[in-house]
Design a binder for this molecule. Sequence first.
Ligand SMILES: [Zn+2]
Length: 525
Amino acid sequence: MRAVLGLSLATVLVLIASCSDQTNPASTTPVVTPEEDAGTDGPADETSTVTGDPTKGILLEGTVLGESGPFEGQVLTLPDGTIGCAEPGKACEAEPQAAGVARVTIDGVISPGLIDTHNHILFDIFDNSDWLPKQLYQNHDDWTKDTNEPRYTVMVDVKQCLEDASQGKPVWCPTKFDGTGNLKCEMEKWGEMKGLAAGTTSIVGLPGTGLPCYQSLARTIDTQFNDLETDKVQTAAITPSKATADGVCANYASGKTAAYLIHVGEGLDAKALDEFTKLGTITTTPGCLYAPQTAITHGTAFTATEFAAMKAKDMKLTWSPASNMALYGATTNIPLALDNGLTVSLAPDWSMGGSQNMLDELRFAKQHSDTKWGGRLKSQDLVTMATKNAAIVLGLSDRIGTIKKGMLADIFAVRGARAAPYDTIVSASAKDVALTMVGGKVLYGDTSFRAVGAGGAACEDFDSCGTPKFLCVAEPGKTTDKLNQTYAQVHDILEAALKDIDVARPQAIGGNFAPVTPVVGCSVK
Ligand SMILES: [Zn+2]
């Protein structure tokens, strides 16, 4: 989707890169005692083992998706949040830094964390039950019209109300959500939880101005609260003004911006296609946004001409097939983009017609390729789109997206067949995620791994479609910026707010927005 509110969101959807002093402190989780001691060849849910002290680091064992392909081996994560070793066999446990670390055995696949390069995270409190397009469209400007999709307009009103948006708030919005009563932190965290539960460690969420409450959970990678030292990612959901576009070009020249993710060509008609030309002509220096730092989100209307022009300037592409199919009945011609040599990432856009998480989007993309493109996209291609390519799109491939020594320990693991590891990832749903780790901190996983949960006793029980998990949301000792909120508290706050809204808003259009959409929806399409 895009251009959810035109002018009113222009100020919040265009983020200015800025520096950050966020650090990635070592976990202070208590020492762990041994639990099970099963082997790695029994039933998947009975084979986890945890021993050792996670404050010294974590040694993961299983089938690793390494830089050069899968191997049976180990990954050592260090207290500084980086990967200290990723090697076949038992080599990592011989490292001096492995002494006394927690050992976690995964009967499944250990993958780079999924990187979501296209989401609208404040909408993640909604799903298909709140709004779906009534018909197919040719252009993004059509379904955002109130006359075509009145329920969409109401849904946007609800979001603007709860986040206390500077513009576009409905007149019926209760004053309790004004100022410090706004729920932007809770809404944003909800989206991050949806990501974590599906192995996602970084999210481009276009959440507007960064807030300190974003610094927990997954990396809010397009804000300064990304747990990196800098933020060099800018985004735009609408065609920028000339001044803004010129500013992006200046940031390219100065090195301030390493990635500019902009919605272009969403739709099927000539108007959507023409947005690519506009991108080249809107700047004072023509074509300065045709540059390696520019990543086109969508490109649904693009032909070989646009893809060739993108390749000539080493531009990147982000593909969101589920959302495209729901709104337009067609999606970007990825085989053509690949024939032109483009680097492509895959991301869900949002939940309403799109996917609720990256794993759902991977499955959707595979099915689309199998049925429409003769199976052109293999599971490995798709996993690469969701990890390494996504890191390239963000200009962060030296930090995330690959499991190798020196990279950030952003990792997730899935239970399942080890002989075909990429297929295991692509066929997985959220309940299959055994563990999600951001910067070496385990924030989500099977209950058998709870001993390595970064929040210690503050981690909570979580049910993922019948599979018991833990989820670490509250950060022990953090009493400011809502960082001590638990999953249960965030849930209850959002649920109560949506109930309030359902009473406060005009009832003429559509049903209730409460309850809040689940972190993991179990009726996966
Ligand atoms: Zn979008």
